[in-house]
Design a protein around this ligand. Structure first.
Ligand SMILES: [Zn+2]
Length: 410
């Protein structure tokens, strides 16, 4: 599966070098592939009628897709009367999509095939995320090592999607918080290092996309995903599509000026939701409580400055009273902010993921009580609140599926 015809299919439609005819044919081929992806195996007649492409043209385009190994003739239909037409469908293992979820201290990598079967997932690969050239190079090396590992997928990965925290513009390919030291967009730099078309996405949004998939949420409108972690992120799904806003920065829930305090947020502003209701705020308040005389099992294990969010989460799960109390307080504050979301969106479902949500009822019960207290009953009544069951895996799934989406959708 090499050569120009094969490469042509994977060219971005936005590529300015495409001629008019090539562009139109590529558009039609993507339409056909999308249709087969949605419908499964089907006949030329069905494709032609549904997509409003003449039968001879459909036939010719299908032949091109067969030639590059994406589509197969699956033989004659087994049911029906009269002349039995041929069935055409996608080949599951013809291409693969690589998803990379970058965290502060590790990376998760996943691979799906054309049929969205999970082929491989590797979690917790050690990695230190820093805004440096060497950290970026280490990420590219890690990706290349994964790609080169198996001959089964080595030359068949057609898209890479990378989740990064902070402000990310998936359309321009620029990341504004990490790896922002080149003039060129980050996705193009990673493409040069891996040889594969790459996209970047905000980690919460990708996780939201993964959650919607893993929870089998289909045909439901107005779904929100709150990533309650070190920072607070929000993914919004409206009419089955992720909501991006004009420049891709929608969902900055954590930076709504919710508190009238003097705490400087990591964004540079004062009083953001994250300053009092986030994993970062949890660590801060935990240290302050210990300093002012409260006790916790953690003070015998770590010095004050070494206590991390993960230690407090773990302590809460081991019944540490101070950890439980402070996580509950954060759940209550976040619940009040979530009632704002309910009033704004009147959502069907709000999913809660991230490290804080992993403490279960310690976080979720105070949050629910607060939502009940601050939301207008009529607006809130149809909103289901649910804890995520998938953790970081949702991030990997989200990135793999978005990679596929980028290829098929225009
Ligand atoms: Zn902020």
């Amino acid at each position: 599966m090499t050569g120009d015809v094969y490469q042509d299919f994977f060219t971005e439609l936005s590529d300015e070098h495409l001629s008019g005819v090539t562009y139109k044919n590529l558009l039609l081929k993507k339409k056909i592939v999308r249709y087969l992806d949605h419908k499964g195996k089907t006949t030329i007649n069905h494709i032609s009628k549904s997509l409003n492409i003449s039968a001879p043209k459909t036939n010719a385009l299908l032949q091109e897709l067969i030639d590059i190994g994406l589509v197969k003739d699956y033989g004659k239909m087994e049911t029906g009367v009269g002349r039995k037409p041929q069935l055409f469908g996608l080949i599951s293992d013809s291409i693969y999509f690589l998803g990379v979820n970058v965290r502060e201290h590790h990376v998760d990598v996943g691979l799906i095939n054309f049929n969205e079967d999970l082929i491989c997932i590797e979690k917790n690969i050690p990695y230190e995320l820093e805004n440096t050239e060497s950290s970026l190079l280490r990420l590219c090396t890690l990706i290349n090592t994964f790609i080169d590992r198996e001959t089964a997928w080595k030359d068949k990965i057609v898209r890479i999607e990378i989740n990064l925290s902070g402000r990310v513009n998936h359309q321009t390919g620029y990341s504004h918080n990490y790896f922002n030291f080149h003039d060129e967009p980050l996705n193009r730099i990673i493409r040069q290092k891996t040889g594969i078309t790459t996209f970047i996405e905000n980690d919460t949004r990708a996780k939201a996309f993964g959650e919607f998939h893993l929870n089998r949420i289909k045909n439901r409108d107005n779904i929100l995903y709150v990533n309650a972690d070190y920072g607070i992120g929000l993914g919004v799904m409206i009419d089955n599509n992720l909501h991006y806003g004009k420049s891709g920065y929608s969902g900055e829930f954590g930076h709504i000026p919710f508190f009238n305090n003097e705490i400087i947020c990591r964004c540079g502003k004062k009083g953001c939701l994250e300053t009092e209701a986030s994993g970062r705020a949890l660590v801060q308040s935990f240290r302050e409580k210990l300093q002012s005389g409260s006790t916790s099992g953690l003070q015998h294990q770590y010095t004050l400055k070494d206590i991390k969010m993960s230690h407090i989460i773990e302590a809460a799960l081991q019944d540490d009273m101070l950890a439980i109390e402070l996580i509950g307080a954060i759940g209550a504050k976040l619940g009040k902010a979530v009632s704002t979301l309910i009033h704004l969106y009147n959502p069907e479902l709000i999913l809660f993921g991230g490290a804080l949500a992993s403490t279960g009822d310690h976080f979720f019960l105070p949050l629910q009580m607060s939502v009940n207290k601050y939301s207008i009953n009529l607006v809130k009544n149809d909103t289901e609140l649910k804890l995520s069951e998938f953790g970081d895996e949702a991030g990997v799934w989200g990135s793999c599926l978005l990679a596929k989406n980028r290829l098929l959708n225009t």
